[in-house]
Design a protein around this ligand. Structure first.
Ligand SMILES: [Zn+2]
Length: 369
């Protein structure tokens, strides 16, 4: 497909999509000045045509605080450390950098320490990963975890796998750090390490902390080091949906893939969490739709899936699309910041709108109380 044809098709699609002028909404959409206009497909509420209540509109105001350029800059910041492969100095420096950003937004951070035995070795080595928490005001003992893995491989910059998910989680953390935003329930931002070696960082988290859930420590303090898990939302490879066979540009039917695992102990609850994300996408995402399917695999939500509702968000279904060559940059030296166009970044950004939109409802996020 030529560039000209793709542009015409895109223009035709935008032209044919009927704009639904809902009262009070036009001005709100116009305020989204951080989105470069040439990238906008203006699909908000057209796919879903969801009427919005006053609370929905307040949630939209929160989602609108996500900033496209900030998201891109966070991906760029992560790529300065190359592929961040576990066990390297680049990986350790990236963890420090992520922690510095989270602290800069006012969060206290913590690290999970665990041992990992590299392949071909018999000597366990220490590894670390960092998380931060927005503490709930009315239910600090209940928590949603949103995660992405900060390690990568392939010798490039691991920009998409998984700088794109890591930056998404960090951008949501940045927005929720604002002094006028409160959340009823706690929200944890987890940047896993050692995903590429077999989900070792997320597994260590589950092993160390599952039994700590909901325990007040010290008693009477109102502090919960591990609030009870209400759900886990993972983000892993967010930007590239160019069809298969692969085309040069984001496909016209590009979407955010929400996956849960049918063969898990919490399949029904995970499907419900997935639907909450689909509905949030219909209401709050600006340019790309989301779809739900049931074969979540090979990502850090897997160690959680028998214990709490668990889903992953991706650019493609992991087994049927990614696993069949839908992303030629996966684990390659070409997984570089400069490989991806603004339309690619916009797909990742829409996944961020989807997750934050869902969290506003699930966790009870509000502005200025
Ligand atoms: Zn990944």
């Amino acid at each position: 497909m030529t560039i000209r044809l793709a542009t015409l098709l895109l223009a035709a699609f935008v032209t044919l999509a009927p704009v639904q002028p809902l009262s009070g909404q036009a001005s709100q959409d116009e305020r989204r000045i951080s989105d470069p206009p040439e990238l906008r497909r203006n699909l908000r509420r057209i796919l879903g045509d969801v009427p919005m209540t006053a609370t929905d509109t307040m949630h939209q105001d929160i989602v609108d605080r996500l900033d496209f350029d900030s998201y891109k800059e966070l991906v760029r910041g992560l790529t300065q450390f190359g592929d961040r492969e576990q066990g390297t100095a680049r990986n350790a420096a990236a963890i420090d950098w992520i922690e510095d950003q989270l602290r800069g937004w006012g969060y206290e951070t913590e690290r999970v320490h665990y041992m990992y035995t590299p392949r071909g070795s018999e000597t366990p080595e220490p590894r670390e990963e960092v998380f931060a928490t927005k503490i709930g005001t009315t239910s600090p003992d209940e928590m949603y975890i949103i995660g992405a893995h900060m390690d990568g491989r392939g010798g490039g910059e691991a920009a998409n796998d998984d700088g794109s998910g890591t930056a998404l989680v960090m951008e949501i953390a940045r927005v929720l750090s604002a002094a006028d935003i409160e959340s009823d329930r706690s929200i944890r931002f987890a940047l896993w390490n050692n995903e590429e070696t077999g989900l070792n960082g997320a597994r260590a988290y589950v092993e160390q902390r599952a039994d700590m859930q909901g325990i007040e420590d010290p008693p009477g303090s109102g502090r919960y080091p591990e609030p009870r898990w209400m759900g886990m939302i993972q983000h892993d490879m967010m930007m590239w949906d160019h069809g298969n066979p692969v085309t040069f540009e984001q496909a016209l039917d590009a979407d955010v893939d929400v996956e849960f695992q049918l063969a898990s102990g919490m399949a029904a609850e995970s499907a419900q969490l997935g639907l909450a994300l689909i509905n949030a996408n219909r209401m709050h995402a600006s340019d790309y739709p989301a779809v739900l399917s049931n074969a979540m695999s090979n990502t850090d939500s897997t160690p959680f899936m028998d214990l709490t509702p668990s889903v992953s968000l991706r650019e493609n279904r992991r087994l049927y699309e990614t696993g069949n060559g839908a992303n030629p940059h996966w684990h390659q030296t070409t997984d570089l910041f400069e490989t991806f166009s603004d339309r690619d970044f916009m797909l990742g950004f829409n996944a961020g709108q989807t997750t934050l939109g869902a969290l506003t409802k699930l966790a009870g996020i509000q502005i200025g109380k």
